[in-house]
Design a protein around this ligand. Structure first.
Ligand code: NAG
Ligand code: NAG
Ligand code: NAG
Ligand code: NAG
Ligand code: NAG
Length: 656
């Protein structure tokens, strides 16, 4: 008993010291080991970022899957060996369920390439998935340049747009498939060297980066409409971007004076263009390309009520529209990442719904939600309306950094928050939508042997099935079969309810060959994995553990700790001085004292290390310390320690 405890303590100390020493200086939080990621026996190629989830009003949370595209390599991330992925991949298109369980990962399929704005679209009466694939190394089936990719509900690629109508690679900011699925709004930027003179400057010509967009026919790839910001009258004086403004032409750098980052279209056919560097939303005429009005910026056409003003915004969407009023949702970054204009005070990011009276030209704030942790989203982010009327719908907001998302109900209550457990990944835009995925790939199964006694009897062995089916949303249960018997039909072993991305199930005895079947809620067969064979132990044989906890405790715990003096010794040393026995006792006590001290310290160190780990072991679920009374605290900080279980936080492992 005692040595075992000391052993634990010493082992813990050794582990702690070793881990502390080996931890990279660039990874102070110690995530380099990948413990912030999901790990699956059946899919070692998929290591999706794990979420922590807080449900404040579970009954008010809408249905739907989260569509996110974790990435690490944009420059808002602190440097960490360049890119900050863990091998293998977690960058790319991902679907999670409303509890933060992984549903589908396309990371390994797209070689860990950056992906943006991953979401379902409705095209030709079919549900498809689309995303921007960033440029990367050309590989089998993937181009070296960027592209917009379309997948069907079985995750097979059914479309890819390689270039805009100008022949340029697709930019990552906007590829907005319009209702009907036949056309898309696509942004681009282009050099306008030597063309522009900055008014109020020194009168010299400047290299600028102009911006524009087109409405593309997805069938023909032709632009049915194209717009050029500079030509349409977006003046250089409108820009808040002071970075590179005074560059002299020819130096090879440019002034990104407008920076177009979102596009939308209303039912009249007019366009809404968000330009980040002018902090302005432009309404653009479908008929003659003129700017109908400006919202925000140096020259707003609207009188702006309290709280409407915004800076460095993006993801501006028109939510409702009639002859006299327009409602926009807007992600007000209100923060900026490159000191483009230090004169503009930063503030926490806010999701806003703005009501425009286009007769009296007033802008008022209809709904607003400050980032719950009062953080600054320095780039990226999105606001999604869930429901028909933006004034009363749920809002789903992506605050980008650390994949932070939050949902608000029609009463504007914060009902859900989630974020990745570590900060090494972000997600540019996140969406919550229904989805039915029926992959053409098969379920993946592995069977591992587990010994639970030192007996050689195979009845003391168990077999564990691991089963996953990347992207299959309709699986309700897994039924396991033993198939090794050549005579007769496969033997049905048992059925379990599917849990999370990967379900495991243990059955007594050795199952040399077996397979699971997937059934939906009505009991229809959805798919069968290939027959899996029991995997041997690491040394290649099916063997039992050489020692079990029980044999360890009898051999060590029950035996004499210190050898008693033999009969003869005792006789010959009969007159051994009392002092010597005392000193022996003292030495033993001191030794035990030292061992206990080490053990206590070891346990303490172990607990210190295990406390944060315990949540990792719970597959992504983590209680969040959240106080609904105050939305204005850094309550998602893992270190705050103010845990609360009073908000109906749901342990997703319990989901049945
Ligand atoms: C939509 O369906 C039509 C008719 O089958 C087809 O010609 C077209 O390619 C489809 N459009 C898209 C965007 O898939
Ligand atoms: C201000 O906006 C109006 C239209 O709203 C436009 O005619 C005018 O040129 C703009 N002025 C500047 C300095 O941008
Ligand atoms: C919404 O905006 C109003 C007006 O600026 C402000 O008083 C209020 O604090 C804001 N609420 C949130 C949740 O940001
Ligand atoms: C237009 O929308 C506004 C805001 O929802 C509403 O108050 C107004 O009655 C609508 N006007 C018409 C003509 O439908
Ligand atoms: C404040 C801020 O960082 N704004 C960002 C908002 O996100 C858009 C999308 O990239 C960026 O263009 C802006 O950089």
């Amino acid at each position: 008993m005692r040595p075992a405890t000391s052993l634990t303590g010493l082992t813990a100390i050794a582990c702690w010291v070793a881990q502390t020493l080996t931890r990279s200086v660039g990874d102070p939080q110690g995530w380099e080991d990948g413990s912030d990621l999901e790990h699956f026996v059946t899919r070692p190629d998929l290591t999706a970022p794990r979420y922590m989830v807080a449900k404040h009003h579970p009954e008010a949370i809408g249905d739907g899957y989260w569509f996110v595209a974790p990435y690490s390599s944009l420059y808002d991330q602190p440097g960490f060996n360049g890119r900050r992925e863990h091998v293998t991949g977690q960058t790319g298109p991902h679907i999670y369920d409303g509890d933060g369980n992984l549903v589908w990962s396309g990371a390994s399929r797209y070689y860990n390439r950056d992906v943006f704005a991953f979401h379902p679209v409705h095209i030709n009466a079919t549900h498809q998935l689309t995303f921007h694939l960033a440029a990367g190394e050309a590989t089998d089936g993937l181009p070296g340049h960027s592209a917009q990719v379309f997948l069907d509900s079985s995750y097979e690629q059914v479309g890819r747009v390689d270039a805009n109508a100008r022949g340029d690679p697709i930019d990552f900011h906007v590829f907005n498939v319009l209702p009907g699925g036949q056309r898309a709004l696509v942004n681009y930027d282009f050099w306008a060297e030597g063309k522009a003179t900055y008014p109020g400057g020194d009168g010299q010509e400047r290299p600028i980066l102009n911006a524009g967009f087109e409405e593309t026919d997805l069938q023909t790839g032709e632009a049915v409409y194209a717009w050029d910001a500079y030509e349409a009258g977006v003046e250089l004086a409108e820009s808040y971007d002071a970075l590179n403004r005074d560059l002299v032409a020819g130096i090879g750098d440019y002034w990104d004076y407008i920076h177009l980052n979102s596009l939308d279209k209303d039912s009249d056919g007019d366009y809404y263009v968000s330009a980040r560097h002018t902090s302005t939303v432009y309404k653009v005429s479908w008929l003659d390309k003129r700017i109908i009005w400006r919202l925000g910026g140096h020259n707003s056409s609207f009188s702006m009520a309290d709280g409407v003003g915004f800076h460095w915004q993006h993801h501006v969407r028109v939510r409702a529209h009639n002859a006299t009023h327009t409602m926009l949702s807007i992600f007000d970054n209100a923060s900026e990442d490159q000191s483009r204009n230090p004169a503009i005070a930063e503030s926490p990011s806010v999701a806003k719904v703005i009501l425009l009276d286009t007769v009296y030209m007033t802008a008022t704030l209809l709904r607003n939600h400050t980032r719950p942790d009062r953080g600054y989203s320095r780039k990226l982010g999105s606001v999604q309306q869930i429901g028909y009327d933006v004034a009363s719908s749920s809002l789903f907001v992506d605050w980008a950094q650390q994949g932070y998302i939050s949902e608000y109900d029609s009463d504007d209550r914060l009902v859900l928050e989630a974020k990745f457990v570590s900060d090494r990944m972000s997600s540019y835009r996140a969406f919550k939508l229904p989805w039915v995925g029926k992959p053409t790939s098969k379920p993946q199964c592995k069977i591992l042997s587990t010994a639970f006694s030192d007996s050689v009897d195979s009845s003391q062995l168990a077999s564990t099935f691991y089963i996953s089916w990347n992207g299959a949303t309709e699986v309700a249960t897994w039924t396991f079969y033993r198939s090794e018997s050549s005579s007769g039909p496969p033997e049905k072993l048992g059925t379990v309810v599917k849990t999370g991305f990967e379900t495991s199930w243990v059955t007594p005895g050795v199952v040399l060959d077996g397979y699971p079947e997937a059934h939906d809620r009505e009991g229809n067969l959805l798919g069968v994995s290939d027959t899996a064979s029991l995997l041997p132990f690491a040394n290649g044989v099916f063997q039992q553990l050489s020692q079990t906890p029980s044999t360890l405790s009898t051999s060590i715990g029950a035996g004499p700790l210190f050898k008693q003096p033999a009969e003869g010794e005792s006789k010959s040393g009969g007159e051994k001085p009392v002092l010597s026995r005392w000193s022996q006792k003292l030495t033993i006590s001191v030794a035990f004292g030292a061992i206990y001290a080490l053990a206590v310290f070891g346990l303490y160190a172990l607990v210190q290390r295990l406390a944060p780990l315990s949540s990792r072991w719970r597959k992504g679920y983590k209680l969040l310390p959240v106080s609904p009374a105050s939305e204005h605290e850094d309550h998602l900080l893992e270190t705050s320690g103010r845990q609360s279980a009073t908000f109906g936080l749901v342990d997703r492992r319990g989901a049945t």
